[in-house]
Unconditional design. Structure first.
Length: 145
């Protein structure tokens, strides 16, 4: 369940959610697969939040690599704060950081870096990240913390 989200180009894009029973594994911790889904979800939401529908139709992003470091476990009912920002971009490649925290204790649960590739949706071939796209994320290309 999403409690809220915000957009501020000077800060990371953030949202919160509450861990539900379907998010848990056999140890009653959030399942690793769920974390990957949340990484993808907030990344997509950030892109959609900052870009026009027209721009979203002209480009698509695909994941090349997820690098996830799990720091602490989350359980049922925990409120999770997700933060994301673009670390850097070059050519058709962009590196996005996602961090998840226990929203009550501020304990880091997960740190991830995902390498994304920008594609032409018709040819599915990589295309260079344009100045138009760079300018949208210009204020969030460095860790805002």
């Amino acid at each position: 369940m999403k409690l809220g989200s915000r957009k501020n180009k000077m800060e990371a894009f953030e949202k919160t959610l509450v861990v539900q029973p379907d998010d848990l594994d056999d140890l009653n911790h959030v399942n690793n697969v769920r974390y990957v889904q949340w990484i993808q979800d907030i990344s997509k939401e950030h892109w959609q939040h900052l870009t026009s529908k027209e721009l979203q139709e002209r480009f698509i992003w695909v994941v090349l690599n997820h690098n996830i470091t799990y720091k602490s476990a989350a359980g049922l009912g925990d409120v999770i704060l997700l933060k994301t920002y673009i670390e850097n971009s070059k050519g058709a490649i962009s590196t996005r950081v996602v961090e998840m925290y226990n929203a009550v204790t501020n304990t880091l649960l997960l740190h991830s870096k995902t390498t994304w590739c920008l594609l032409n949706p018709e040819t599915l071939k990589p295309i260079r990240i344009s100045e138009e796209i760079r300018s949208i994320f210009a204020d969030v290309t460095k860790n805002p913390s």
